[in-house]
Design a protein around this ligand. Structure first.
Ligand code: ACM
Length: 261
């Protein structure tokens, strides 16, 4: 399976233009699976609930339809982050649009910083689905900070976690090593770059998108600054072997009775 990480810098609020550019980057770099950043086409730093709602999309919006159409045209899965409006709630969500018309929605479980002001906590739970012989799981940015996120996805059978991110702290790219090794899965962290000055606060995003293998190899690592499309070929089957040696199958030997508080 060919995986592409799209490291991107959206222009805040320029939704249609950002979607066009993201789809163009996918089109120029053939792959089976594209992983895009969190809030990939809106920008990150909302300053009010009204602004967040005004830039949020329902699942039938023209932009979501554009990604679904691109997945069909490119015969590939596209996983992207976006603010999702559903009734009275706005979620920090990601959608996996598949070429056969299927799609899978994930709403971010662990909200970071001011996201807690403008988004509802996700209610989907962690999502895993099959695509081209691989099992894909969905996570968004700060979910990484909670080991339960990648663990739950791995226990649900994920081989690859599509981790749409807008990272501002310096840890995740290194922490992915431990999560990938401990769960024996691939972690595909697609991060954004650039900075956003909104009102009196500037946030700078850390780039350096990474793809880490179940053995902790960094198969891809993007630059700290600047957009990039990073592509690697992987064998998702490598994530199915949870044995370190003949005595230690790290999933079979979990002792859940010892973990309760
Ligand atoms: C984050 O969750 N965007 C850090």
């Amino acid at each position: 399976m060919r995986i592409a990480l799209i490291q991107f810098e959206p222009v805040f609020g320029e939704r249609d233009r950002n979607v066009e550019r993201l789809i163009a980057l996918c089109r120029e770099n053939p792959a089976d699976l594209y992983v895009l950043p969190e809030l990939a086409y809106t920008g990150y730093q909302f300053v009010s609930a009204e602004e967040t709602r005004s830039l949020a999309d329902g699942l039938e919006s023209p932009r979501i339809r554009a990604f679904r159409a691109a997945a069909r045209d490119l015969d590939a899965a596209i996983v992207f982050g976006f603010p999702e409006i559903s009734g009275a709630s706005v979620y920090n969500a990601s959608l996996a649009a598949l070429p056969d018309g299927r799609s899978y929605l994930y709403r971010k479980t662990h909200l970071f910083y001011k996201e807690t002001l403008y988004f509802s906590p996700g209610d989907t739970g962690f999502v895993v689905f099959e695509f081209r012989g691989a099992r894909l799981g969905l996570a968004i940015c700060f979910d990484w900070f909670f080991p339960e996120s990648f663990r739950t996805l791995a226990l649900k059978g994920a081989d690859i976690v599509a981790h749409c991110s807008n990272l501002v702290m310096p840890y995740c790219q290194r922490a992915d090593f431990a999560a990938a090794v401990q769960n024996r899965i691939f972690i595909a962290t697609a991060n954004r770059v650039g900075s956003e000055q909104r009102e009196d606060e500037r946030l700078t995003f850390t780039g350096e998108s990474v793809l880490v293998s179940p053995k902790g190899e960094y198969l891809l690592r993007g630059p700290v600054d600047g957009e990039a499309v990073l592509v690697a070929e992987i064998d998702p089957e490598q994530a199915r072997d949870k044995s370190l040696n003949r005595y230690n199958n790290v999933f079979a030997m979990r002792r859940t009775e010892m973990y309760s508080l």
